[in-house]
Design a protein around this ligand. Sequence first.
Ligand code: URA
Length: 415
Amino acid sequence: MIVDIINKKRLNQELSYKELDTFFNGYLEGTVTDYQAAALLMAICINGMTDEETFALTKIFIDSGDILDFDELGVLVDKHSTGGIGDKVTLVIAPIVAACSCPVIKMSGRGLGYTGGTIDKLESIPGFRVDLTDEEIYEQVKKIGLVITGQTKDLAPMDKAIYALRDVTGCVSSIPLIASSIMSKKIAGGADKILIDIKVGKGALLETEEEALKLSDLMIKIGKIYHREVRCKITNMNIPLGYAIGNSVEVKEAMDILQGKERDNYLVDLCYDLASEMVSMSKSISKEEATKLVKEAVDKGYAYQKFLELVKSQGGNIEKLPLSKKEQYIIAHKSGIITNIDALELGKLSVSLGAGRTSKDSKIDPKVGIKLHHLVGEEVSRGDTLATIYVKSKVKLPKSKDIFEIEKKSSLKKK
Ligand code: URA
């Protein structure tokens, strides 16, 4: 009985492949209810899973749908991020990597918890289609070398259903659930090599480096079972990535980076690093050689052109990127150097504006979001605008001191 499976996990006992298969396929078929699935997921979050259970769950997710095969296109490298606040890295690096002549088929997800999702961001471009069929994906990658689309209906559909339920039941931060969710999609999606950006910090699904290392080990082990090279990068998510948090605002920032308008900040460095890693994996060349190609692709404008080709090919109109005209501002409460910006608080604010979901069926508002005017390390004066908040209608904003830590220059010198 289904309830026996839930009880077994509640008592921290190992579930067999058969039990996991019965439960999760039952959920997909509708014989296991949302509340039963939520109960099991919460028990997994609390008690964890053994490696064997995680491998089994990954296989069940993979087998729930199609397994794509793009062997004809050469070595396909895919990248996945565990999700962060202001994480628009995919929007930047997918066109860069494609502009370096490495084919990219990126199947992305929606926002999870307070972290945004690439698909929600791309949908803020009017007309942009994120539901390409397998045939369309194939045709487009052959034509322009780049596709960013949602998980197709038939690709790991069980992960799609479980992911949406985890999002609204506090079940996102579980290492085995994250590992099986990510790896099932990447393997079913036909990636030969997989780069995972594991975010750690207050604005991420995982808060400690120790958890990130466990996730990394688990995903590398799953990769070995399926003969896929997996590289993991553990990157900081205590402060938001770049200036924009939201959907259309993040698309705009990604375009600025691709045009070389934004340089020398943590986000830009991260984008160059991850893009170089992907190019190095795809072409089997050194990271140094790959970095040269990446820089050239941006400097010569090829990467931005590739982004525009992508938007056009998927039906989007970039001229019509919406942004609310209603603005509110967060003003500096004192003068000094910004020593911290609380990513989690900004993530919560952006969800409360309507840029993320609070229930499975919430609709995202593409026009709302946050634009920071200053990053960590910059000097500001009391009364300066620290952030513009694009709202649908007037909201109560958090206080500047609850988000921005500012220290007087003199006290910093003493430290
Ligand atoms: N990204 C995913 O695809 N799945 C997770 O569970 C977390 C991040």
